[in-house]
Ligand binder design. Structure first.
Ligand SMILES: [Fe+2]
Ligand SMILES: [Fe+2]
Length: 313
């Protein structure tokens, strides 16, 4: 891949439209930019949690004629899974940075730690200024929103992701643990769940012209996410090229995660977790989009997406 193509693939990361961000990600994973290039892009892509005006968002959120209780309940479920997820990935990424095999990869991961912290602070501000939740600090804010996340979210973040980070914390030289961890973090959590969930949430809000400050900020969050996924795909593609045994680790990790991961999309109150309607879309749409998103990443790593047959919902 020549440098010009690499640069033009990264250029799309500046876009403000979520579907362009998503198709831009497809081009990034194909171009597989180096860690240095991804670092340069991070330097040019700064934004601040203070950039967004939440006045209209707060007015809309408090208007019962505009947003129904059903819509509000569903959005609160989605917002909280993202908010709490941002806190988990901020803290759990530290051991990954210790275990990364080169200074270039480590330098990129330190930028990602600061991104994830920024995402968490963005959500904290949104909860205070738009949703009107009061809390003494970010920790108590997060504690107060834990009731909204589902059991499968807890299994994935508090169980599997935490276990990956703990293994790396105990032994940063454990490369198989890093391959498993990056599969869970960048491929399953960010590349399959977060970007898919965000795409549906942002599209739904845009169509209704709801929460414009949040929509703009959350689009910036997801431009960051696509850079993070670009790192994960590059890391795993190289690892698999170096040693085919790493392909087996990726495959086993997906087998472990996918039955749980698809259920992270499911609100706890629905009857059938594999077939339900939300106020904004049907479950089949989001499941299908997520599987396609994952397949593209596997193909870019040199794996056969057919391995997913029978794994997911
Ligand atoms: Fe994030
Ligand atoms: Fe991220």
């Amino acid at each position: 891949m020549d440098l010009e193509t690499e640069d033009s693939a990264l250029q799309v990361l500046m876009d403000g439209d979520i579907d362009k961000v998503m198709s831009g990600l497809d081009r990034i994973i194909e171009a597989a930019p180096s860690y240095e290039k991804l670092f340069m892009r991070w330097q040019r892509q700064h934004w601040s949690t203070e950039d967004f005006d939440f006045t209209e968002d707060a007015r809309q959120w408090n208007d019962p004629d505009l947003i129904s209780d059903e819509e509000r309940r569903f959005m609160l479920f989605g917002f909280s899974q993202f908010f709490l997820g941002e806190e988990r990935v901020t803290v759990e990424l530290l051991p990954f940075a210790m275990g990364a095999p080169s200074l270039e990869a480590q330098a990129f991961l330190t930028t990602q730690i600061s991104d994830e912290a920024k995402h968490m602070v963005f959500f904290d501000r949104f909860y205070r200024e738009v949703l009107g939740v009061e809390a003494a600090d970010i920790g108590s804010m997060l504690d107060s929103q834990r009731i909204h996340v589902n059991k499968d979210w807890e299994t994935l973040f508090d169980g599997i992701l935490h276990d990956c980070a703990e293994r790396l914390r105990l032994d940063p030289t454990d490369f198989p643990a890093l391959v498993r961890g990056i599969t869970v973090y960048m491929i399953v959590i960010e590349g399959t769940l977060a970007l898919t969930g965000a795409r549906f949430l942002i599209k739904s809000l845009k169509e209704r012209e709801w929460l414009p400050g949040f929509t703009a900020g959350f689009t910036a969050v997801n431009r960051d996410e696509s850079r993070h996924v670009g790192f994960g795909v590059k890391f795993l593609a190289d690892a698999i090229k170096d040693d085919p045994a790493n392909a087996r680790i990726v495959e086993e990790t997906l087998q472990e995660c996918l039955p749980i991961a698809s259920l992270v999309f499911v609100p706890s109150w629905v009857e059938d977790p594999y077939n339900f309607q939300t106020p904004f879309y049907h479950s089949s749409e989001i499941f299908e989009y997520a599987m396609k998103a994952l397949s593209k990443k596997l193909a870019a790593m040199g794996l056969d997406p057919a391995m997913l047959a029978g794994e997911a919902a």
